[in-house]
Design a protein around this ligand. Structure first.
Ligand code: APR
Length: 237
């Protein structure tokens, strides 16, 4: 990592690549989710308005699938880092699975929402949800049958952006793990962090689209790169 100002505040961005070795499909790799489904049909408000059953079935299948998966060594290493790191630390995930939580992460924000929450479009409440939504069940808070997946679709505003931008302003180190850098605003975080003086590191199976913005890139599977990096950072405390 080279020498720099002491590392006190760390921001980590994760994408589908951190969950790939847990058996959860990524979006843009060969055979990935967006090769099997048209984004505009299952991941936009227009698609939901046009065919709500198609969208509800798509997310029912993914909500059920993630409950059969387990966190991998990368999630668990990040959980150890979160528990041990004395400075500021924030994991910003684009993922909607709960593997970071199950891997021990606490200082975590889901900027694209979560599979295991249902969002009531009538009263705006979010409720923990593990079952299907296809039968249009009643909202636990207002009893209206107006629940949708609490997942940020294309064209919708990602969650927690104020907190994320605040953390990027304070970051001494920005680490991007397992994301293609194909979707904004997440894809722009490395530039903001670097412009504000942070060191930037990419851990990825292949270089993402923002590769040139990273001071350092390490290529390989997350279950190898992330535990090694976490040990390195904890040793440098
Ligand atoms: N270890 C590390 N990285 C991996 C691994 C692995 N075992 N397998 C794949 N990757 C990397 C790929 O090299 C790629 O950079 O994970 C990334 C997967 O890219 P995408 O499929 O585009 O997933 P992601 O970057 O998370 O997509 C961002 O796009 O469709 C939207 O909302 C969706 O949150 C998603 C966003």
């Amino acid at each position: 990592m080279g020498d720099m100002r002491p590392i006190r505040n760390i921001v980590i961005l994760t994408g589908a690549g951190v969950s790939a070795e847990s058996g959860i499909d990524t979006f843009r790799s060969a055979g990935g989710l967006w090769e099997q489904h048209r984004v505009e049909d299952v991941a936009t408000p227009e698609g939901f308005a046009r065919d709500p059953e198609l969208v509800l079935r798509f997310y029912d299948m993914r909500r059920a699938a993630i409950q059969t998966k387990a966190p991998n060594a990368a999630h668990e290493a990040l959980g150890r880092l979160d528990a041990a790191w004395p400075g500021e630390l924030l994991i910003v995930t684009q993922n909607v699975d709960d593997l970071h939580e199950r891997g021990g992460a606490r200082r975590l924000l889901h900027m694209h929402g979560e599979h295991l929450l249902a969002w009531c479009t009538s009263c705006d409440m979010r409720s923990p949800w593990t079952g299907p939504l296809i039968e249009r069940p009643a909202c636990p808070a207002c009893d209206t049958r107006a629940l949708r997946p609490d997942v940020v679709w294309f064209g919708e505003v990602p969650y927690h952006m104020d907190a994320i931008n605040g953390a990027l302003r304070e970051a001494d180190l920005f680490v991007s793990i397992g994301t293609s850098g194909a979707v904004y605003p997440a894809a722009g975080f490395v530039r903001s962090a670097r412009a504000l003086g942070a060191r930037t590191l990419e851990l990825n199976l292949e270089a993402g689209k923002g590769a040139s913005w990273f001071h350092e890139s390490r290529l390989g599977p997350a279950t190898e790169l992330v535990p090694a990096w976490v040990e390195e950072v904890l040793a440098s405390r």
